[in-house]
Structures are given as C-alpha cells and as structure tokens.
Design a protein around this ligand. Sequence first.
Ligand code: HEC
Length: 153
Amino acid sequence: MLKKTTLKFLAPAALLFAAIAAADTPFKPVIDVHHTMEWITYPAAEVIWDSAGQIIDKDGEHDLAPTTAEGWENVARNAAILAESGNLLMLPGRAAGDDWVAYSAQMVAAASKALDAAEARDANALFDAGGEVYQACVACHEKYWVKLEDRIN
Ligand code: HEC
C-alpha cells in the first residue's frame, strides 16, 4: 500500500516540476484573442454546429449528422481544435478577469464531449455537446466581449 506520507511528498513535487517545466517552455502567443476567436475558435465550432441536428427546407427534413467516416473525422478534428483553442485562452496574460479561466475550461470540457461524440459517431451526443459549446461561448461573451460601439461610447 502506498503510504499517505509518500503521496503528500509526491503531490507538491509534481506541482513544482510542472511549474518549472511551464516556466522553461518558450511559448510565444502569435495572435491575440480577437484572431483566436475569428480564425480558430469560431470556424471549429461552426463545423460542430453544422453537423448536428436537423434542418427543414422545401424538400423536407434533413439530418445534419455526417454520413461518412471522413465526415465524422472532420467533426472530431474540429472538436479537438476547439478544445485546444480553449487552452489557448488560458495562456498566461490572457485572462481578462477572475472567471475567464473557468469559462475557458467550460469550453474545453464541452468541446471534449463533442470530440468523444464524434469518435463514437453518436449524433445525439454531438447535438447535446454542441449546445454546451454554445453555452460556453455565450457565458464568456456576456461578460467579456465588449462591443466596439460600447468602447467608443
Ligand atoms: C473565455 C472567454 C471566451 C470564450 C469561452 C469564447 N469567447 Fe469569443 N470572444 C471573447 C472575447 C473577449 C471577444 C472579443 C475579442 C475582441 O474582439 O477583442 C470574443 C469575440 C468573438 C468573436 C468576434 C471576433 C471578430 O471577428 O470580431 C467571435 C466570432 C467569437 N468570439 C466566437 C466564439 C465562439 C464561437 C465561442 C465558443 C465556441 C467563443 N467565442 C468562446 C471571449 C471568449
């Protein structure tokens, strides 16, 4: 049995190592939050939303779920991009307030569900995950997306 004292020792050591490793990583953000949204987050989320649920047009009701392996792989790939874009929002210096990281984490969690659903080719689960993704976007935008007209006025 692993002794409690061993665990107590290991946990801080692991945290310390993680902190040192992070400090030594020469990461360098290349684009700002605005372009992260426009070029990475939004296009990836759109692929998920365009692949879930049904639409009704003049020819009747159509299921949006992918019908081919390539289609599902495309959803999985974009769900992964979306999840990782949530991690990009958590880079040091990006948080605009206390709950910024929580909103970003909410997006990572929702996009991870979409990834699981795409890998399982589960259209219903993908639809639900798409809804959670949307809620994560809106939650953060309501607080942090200051519209241009508000900035000027
Ligand atoms: C943690 C906070 C946060 C989350 C989560 C978030 N956003 Fe944003 N988003 C912002 C902020 C802040 C801006 C305003 C950035 C700016 O224009 O300076 C923004 C702006 C945008 C824009 C406008 C960019 C433009 O071209 O003007 C789009 C589109 C967008 N977000 C899409 C999304 C989508 C889709 C999601 C969810 C999948 C999402 N965002 C999740 C914070 C967030």
